[in-house]
Design a binder for this molecule. Structure first.
Ligand code: AMP
Length: 609
C-alpha cells in the first residue's frame, strides 16, 4: 500500500518521515543530514535553486533568496507581522492583486504558495527517491498559531506539489505523538511543549489521553527565536571589533553574512563545548592596509550572560500560559522540547527548574514534528474515510453569555467526537425564553467569533432569576456536525439543533472565521483602545529598532552606553510580551517605558550628529 509521508515544513529546515513496520524513520536530506534547508533562490539564469545550493547563494545574493517562507504563508500584506518580517529579510515583499503577498526574486514576483509548493515538491521527490515508489499523500504539521488562512495556504501549496493532505496536525500534538504520548494512556497526561525555533517561540500545555488531545493553553511570540540569540553574539563581536579597529562590520553585507554564519555555528557549538573560538579570516578590507581577520574566544557563561533575558522571556511566557490554565508547573507529567534552540543547555536548565523535571529525551527535537505527522499518517492510512473527518475541533465552540463573552464548551484542539455540557440559569426575573447564540472562534469575545447559528428556546415557566435551570449540551462529531441539545431541567423538555463547523482546511474562506456581531459596544470599545495601544507600541518598537544601530555606534566602547542599549532592547522585549498578552495595564506601562527609551535614544543619536 502507498505510504503516507509526514512533513514538517520548517522556517529554517524541513523534515520528512515515514513509518516502516510501525517504526518511524526520518529521511536523509540531500547532503546526508536529515534536514532539508527551507530556502529557495533564483539564480542569474532564472532557475530555481533549492536547499543547500540556495542557502549558499544567500551569502552573496540574499536579495534573490527566499527564507522563512513558512512565516509568510497565508498572510495578507497589511498584517503588522508582515511589516516586521519584511524588515528582517533581504528580499522584497510586495502586495499581490488581492493584497496577498508576493516575494520578488530577480525582479519577478512569486506567490508564497507557489514557492512553498516548490519546496514541498522537493521533499516529495526526495521521499519518492528514497522509497522507490510514488508518494501522493501526506500529513503535515503546522504551528498551533496558524490561522485558517495559513492552513488553507499550506494545503493549497501541498496540492500544487501533487500531495493530498490527509490532515494538518498542530505542532505540539505532533511532538507528543512522536514521544508516544496520547495513544494508550488511561490517565490523561499533562504535557508541556516548549518550541524555540529560529525565529519564533511557542509554548503549549496539552492534556492527552487515549483518543483525546486537548490544548489547555498556549502562547506564542512570532518574533523570539534563535536569531535573537545570534544577534546578541553578533553585536558583542561587532562592538569588540569596532573598539579595536574603529570599523562597523554591519556596514559590509558580505562581512555581516559571514559573521552571521559564524555566530550561529558558535552558538550551536556552545551547546556542547564550554568554550569556542570564532574565526572569520579576511573579514574586511580597508583598502589601505592588509585585510583584517576576526578572532574571538567566547565561553558558555558569557553567551548565557548575553542571552539571559531571552531565555527568561520564554519562561515568563510559559508561566503565564500555565497560570491561565490554572496548572501548577510541577503537576505536568512530561516536558517536550522541539525546535533547534531546545538544545541550548541554559534553556534545558531553566525548564528543569520550572517544572521540577527534565525535558523528555529519546526523540531528536528537529525530527519530532515530522515523526508525529508520519505516525498520524500511518494511523490514517488504515482508516480510508479519515481524510474527510475532523480529528480536532478547529476552534473553540461555545455560547454567548452576558457582557459579550463566550462561554466555552469545547476548546480548540479537542479530539473529536467530544461531548460537553453546562447548566445555565436564567438571568432575568420571569424570563420565559432563552436566546442561544452558538459561536465558533479563537477568542473569548463574542465580537471576534463567527456565529454558527442561533435559536430561541421558549416555553420556560416564569420564575425568579436563577431559579430556572437549562442544560446546554454540545456534541461535536468527526463529520463536522455540532449537535446542540437544550434541556429545561425542571420540565424535562428538550430541543435539538444541528450546526456545521467551519471546515478551515477544506473551504476557500480565508477570513480567519471572524464575522463581527453587533450590540457588544462596550467590549468593542475596550478592544479598540487596546488595539490602538498595540499599534502605537509596535510603532515605537519599530522607531527604536531604527535608531538602535546608530545609537549603538555612538556608544561603542562605553560600558554605560552599552548597558543603556541592553536596557533599550529589554524594553522592546517587554513591550512585545505585553502586545502578545493584550493586557491594557501591562501594555500601558510597556508603552511608557518605550517612549522614555525612544527619547533617550534620540538624545544619544542627536549628540553624534
Ligand atoms: P528550528 O526553527 O526549529 O529549525 O530551529 C532553528 C534554530 O535552532 C536556529 O536558530 C539554530 O541556530 C538553532 N539550533 C540548531 N541546533 C542547535 C544547537 N545544537 N544548539 C543551539 N542552537 C541550535
Amino acid at each position: 500500500m502507498e505510504r503516507v509521508i509526514g512533513i514538517d515544513l520548517g522556517t529554517t529546515n524541513s523534515c520528512v518521515a515515514i513509518v516502516e513496520g510501525g517504526v518511524p524513520l526520518v529521511l536523509p536530506g540531500p547532503s546526508g543530514q536529515r534536514g532539508f534547508p527551507a530556502v529557495l533562490g533564483i539564480d542569474e539564469q532564472g532557475q530555481r535553486l533549492l536547499g543547500q545550493i540556495a542557502r549558499r547563494q544567500a551569502v552573496l545574493h540574499a536579495e534573490h533568496t527566499a527564507t522563512a517562507l513558512k512565516r509568510l504563508l497565508g498572510m495578507r500584506f497589511g498584517h503588522p507581522q508582515v511589516r516586521q518580517l519584511s524588515e528582517m529579510v533581504a528580499y522584497r515583499i510586495v502586495p499581490g492583486p488581492s493584497d496577498e503577498l508576493r516575494v520578488v526574486l530577480r525582479n519577478e514576483p512569486y506567490s508564497v504558495v507557489e514557492l512553498v509548493a516548490a519546496m514541498l515538491l522537493d521533499l516529495k521527490r526526495a521521499a519518492e527517491a528514497y522509497l522507490g515508489q510514488p508518494v501522493s499523500r501526506a500529513v503535515l504539521s503546522a504551528p498551533l498559531s496558524y490561522t485558517d488562512a495559513q492552513r488553507i495556504a499550506l494545503r493549497d501549496a501541498a496540492r500544487l506539489a501533487g500531495l493530498e493532505v490527509l490532515r494538518i496536525i498542530a505542532d505540539p500534538i505532533a511532538a507528543a505523538l512522536a514521544h508516544g504520548i496520547g495513544t494508550s494512556e488511561k490517565r490523561a497526561q499533562r504535557v508541556a511543549v516548549y518550541d524555540l525555533g529560529g525565529g519564533t517561540f511557542d509554548f503549549a500545555l496539552l492534556e492527552m489521553s487515549s483518543g483525546i488531545h486537548e490544548i489547555r493553553a498556549s502562547i506564542s511570540d512570532p518574533f523570539l527565536g534563535g536569531q535573537d540569540f545570534d544577534r546578541r553574539l553578533l553585536d558583542f563581536l561587532v562592538f569588540g571589533f569596532a573598539k579595536d579597529h574603529k570599523i562597523d562590520l554591519r556596514q559590509d553585507r558580505t562581512a555581516l553574512q559571514r559573521l552571521r554564519d559564524a555566530v550561529e555555528k558558535a552558538k550551536c557549538d556552545l551547546s556542547v563545548d564550554e568554550q569556542v573560538t570564532i574565526e572569520v579570516p579576511f573579514i574586511i578590507s580597508t583598502g589601505t592596509s592588509e585585510p583584517l581577520h576576526l578572532t574571538r574566544t567566547i565561553d558558555r557563561t558569557k553567551f548565557e550572560e548575553l542571552t539571559e533575558d531571552l531565555v527568561d522571556r520564554t519562561i515568563q511566557l510559559a508561566k503565564g500560559a500555565l497560570a491561565e490554565a490554572g496548572v501548577e508547573p510541577t503537576s505536568v507529567d512530561a516536558v517536550l522540547l522541539i525546535g533547534g534552540m531546545g538544545r541550548v543547555p541554559r534553556v534545558q536548565k531553566a525548564l528543569t527548574e520550572l517544572f521540577g523535571r527534565q525535558p523528555m529525551g529519546g526523540v531528536i527535537p528537529e525530527e519530532a514534528l515530522a515523526i508525529g505527522a508520519a505516525l498520524q499518517g500511518a494511523a490514517l492510512s488504515q482508516t480510508p474515510s479519515a481524510s474527510t473527518t475532523f480529528e480536532l475541533s478547529p476552534h473553540h465552540l461555545g455560547v454567548l453569555i452576558g457582557g459579550g463573552k463566550v462561554f466555552r464548551l469545547i476548546s480548540a484542539g479537542t479530539q473529536l467526537p467530544h461531548e460537553s455540557a453546562h447548566v445555565f440559569t436564567t438571568g432575568r426575573d420571569q424570563q420565559t425564553a432563552l436566546r442561544l447564540v452558538i459561536l465558533e472562534g479563537d477568542s473569548d469575545l463574542a465580537s471576534e467569533c463567527r456565529i454558527l447559528g442561533e435559536f430561541v428556546f421558549s416555553g420556560l415557566l416564569a420564575a425568579a432569576r436563577d431559579n430556572t435551570e437549562v442544560e446546554v449540551r454540545f456534541f461535536a462529531a468527526q463529520n463536522g456536525e455540532l449537535t446542540v441539545t437544550v434541556v429545561d431541567l425542571r420540565e424535562q423538555r428538550r430541543e435539538q439543533h444541528t450546526f456545521r463547523l467551519s471546515a478551515p482546511l477544506l473551504s476557500g474562506d480565508t477570513d480567519g472565521g471572524k464575522s463581527p456581531i453587533g450590540s457588544y459596544e462596550l467590549e468593542a470599545q475596550r478592544t479598540d483602545e487596546l488595539s490602538r495601544n498595540q499599534v502605537r507600541t509596535e510603532q515605537l518598537i519599530s522607531d527604536i529598532l531604527g535608531m538602535l544601530p546608530r545609537a549603538e555606534q555612538a556608544v561603542a566602547g562605553s560600558e554605560l552606553g552599552l548597558d543603556a542599549m541592553r536596557r533599550a532592547r529589554a524594553a522592546i522585549e517587554r513591550a512585545r510580551i505585553a502586545i502578545i498578552r493584550g493586557e491594557s495595564a501591562t501594555l500601558g506601562d510597556a508603552k511608557q517605558l518605550l517612549e522614555r527609551t525612544a527619547a533617550m535614544l534620540r538624545g544619544v543619536t542627536a549628540s553624534i550628529r
